[in-house]
Design a protein. Structure first.
Length: 477
């Protein structure tokens, strides 16, 4: 049983990183892989470091519900639904896997009900691999975010003027979230009632949902958190990581989450600790600094210290992020961005159709200039929307508030992301990833421009007027 073996390993390893000794490290990781395979979960790296200076790797994640070729983008199905799309759409788009949300499904319709109805795969009629998050992210971010009118990822790259106006100590006071070593009490945004989540409950909910890969319960700090608070939260996350290993359903693969905000020593400590635990995969979460350069730095600190277990970057998924993350060795990404921005009129375009870092590879189809535009969203796109409809028609549907707009726009954006990842995988296989990245991103942008973009309206960093994403976005996944 993993649980008893896990406890033995915990006692033996403490904080020591097994990677300190290469034979032991191999033995440790092989042991985890054997146990993971026994529950139908395995990860195989097919190719790694295809060019100098690149850690991009090609792999296959196998689960009892099928396989996922990596690097891969995992669309988010917050409430057991990729918004506006159904099973037929997901199948025809070739969506290999989705990530559903523990917090929201626990509150609505309830994980016990989903268990009674046969689990999440049956409930949402999706038979591919399903990831679930731990629920901690929403429990923390929605409370704090609502009180400060920001949300967790919204603050991935916060506006410095705004950051200084929120005192760090206010992070500890909240009327909607109470955090203790035991867990988090939070006020539901649905019914106003108080609820409680801790590692044991999060593991039970995720077991009821029956997902293939689950996340350990963690505290996701805000980017506004100071060093002391981030350290305190990281230590709580490490304690909860061990409890999550103890209480999780041994038939589910479990990912540990590296926290530590944007402080190098904390990220390194969390990397060492999380890697030393018998998790089946490793996720990188939490605050990722003030801008995208900081995020790249954090990935550069963390990833070289990870072993061959699968790596997931939580909640990040802009076009440039995918390239930068893949290049640094990330295997899977999840983000609400493609479907969320689609519903707001932002539709992706390739470089051939004029997409670039400056326009974030998007057109705003609701803009007046597209009212009479007979061209498809992207003439180089083979999605069903582009094969049949014009920008002018989508402009009309958007302004007429026709429901079909949401589906057609979401189909295009998801198709774009999935094909982009497919071309990234092909390029790694051929050894041409760097060329593909240059083709898409071109020359590196000047730092100011890049920072401006990273703080502006962007993907999961979709912002409100002050550079912060409004917290209700978390309900709008
Ligand atoms: Zn299209």
């Amino acid at each position: 049983m993993l649980t008893s073996r896990a406890s033995e390993t915990l006692e033996n390893t403490h904080l020591k990183n097994p990677l300190d000794d290469s034979d032991k490290a191999r033995e440790f990781v092989d042991g985890i892989k054997d146990r993971a395979e026994a529950k139908g979960f395995s990860f195989q790296v097919l190719k790694e470091g295809e060019s100098k200076g690149s850690r991009a790797r090609l792999g296959i994640l196998r689960t009892l519900h099928g396989l996922v070729e990596t690097p891969c983008f995992v669309p988010v199905a917050t409430l057991a639904s990729v918004r506006s799309l159904d099973y037929i759409d997901l199948t025809s788009l070739g969506v290999p896997s989705v990530l559903a949300n523990t917090y929201h499904l626990h509150l609505r319709p309830g994980d016990e009900l989903i268990r009674k109805l046969g689990g999440l795969h049956k409930f949402m009629a999706f038979d591919g691999p399903i990831f679930t998050d731990s629920g901690g992210f929403q429990a923390f971010s929605l409370g704090f975010g609502r009180e400060h009118n920001i949300s967790k990822i919204g603050g991935v790259f916060p506006d410095p003027d705004r950051s200084s106006s929120i005192k760090a100590h206010s992070l500890r006071r909240s009327n909607l979230t109470k955090i203790t070593g035991e867990g988090v009490h939070f006020k539901s945004l649905h019914d106003g009632g108080w609820h409680f989540l801790n590692p044991e409950i999060s593991m039970r909910i995720q077991s009821n949902l029956g997902s293939d890969a689950i996340m350990a319960f963690d505290e996701c700090t805000s980017p506004l958190s100071d060093y002391d608070y981030t350290k305190e939260a990281m230590e709580r996350t490490h304690m909860w990581a061990q409890q999550s290993l103890k209480f999780h359903n041994p038939n589910q693969a479990i990912y540990g989450i590296i926290q530590g905000g944007w402080f190098e020593d904390l990220r390194m400590e969390s990397t060492e600790f999380t890697s030393s635990q018998p998790f089946d995969g490793i996720a990188i979460g939490g605050s990722l600094g003030e801008n995208k350069q900081d995020m790249h730095k954090i990935l550069d600190w963390v990833i070289p210290n990870l072993d061959s277990r699968p790596r997931h970057l939580l909640g990040i998924g802009d076009v440039d992020d995918l390239f930068e993350g893949v290049e640094r060795g990330i295997d899977t990404f999840d983000c609400v961005s493609p479907t969320r921005i689609a519903r707001r009129g932002s539709l992706y375009i390739t470089p051939q159709a004029g997409g670039c870092q400056k326009n974030k590879f998007r057109i705003d189809v609701k803009a007046l200039k597209f009212k009479e535009d007979p061209r498809p969203i992207d003439p180089y796109c083979s999605c069903p929307t582009c094969q049949r409809y014009s920008r002018a028609y989508l402009w009309h549907l958007y302004h007429a508030k026709e429901l079909s707009y949401f589906r057609l726009a979401s189909i295009h954006n998801l198709h774009f992301m999935l094909r982009l990842m497919e071309s990234i995988r092909e390029s790694i296989a051929k050894g041409t990833f760097r060329e593909l990245k240059d083709h898409w991103l071109g020359k590196a942008l000047p730092r100011e421009t890049s920072e401006e973009i990273s703080r502006g309206k962007s993907g999961c960093n979709e912002s409100g007027p002050n550079g912060y994403r409004v917290c209700d976005d978390d309900l709008d996944a």
